[in-house]
Write a protein that binds this ligand. Sequence first.
Ligand SMILES: [Zn+2]
Length: 77
Amino acid sequence: MAWFLNHYECDRCGYGWTDEWSCMCDDDCPRCGARHMSPSDSDDLTKIIEPRESAFVVLCSPETAEHDPDYRELGTF
Ligand SMILES: [Zn+2]
């Protein structure tokens, strides 16, 4: 399952927000409640590299993840 950080901007009130989803799906404006805003931009978070104490850890969201990224460590370098 891919994992996305979607960026939204409300057509009605101009409010901007972000949300994480397993797809590029529509969201409702948390301020004025306008329905079905499409993401204006989207970051693919399926694979991320996270700095740890003395190394970098590569995390990948597996196909089985549905409601959260359920990251697995692929490797440390
Ligand atoms: Zn709004």
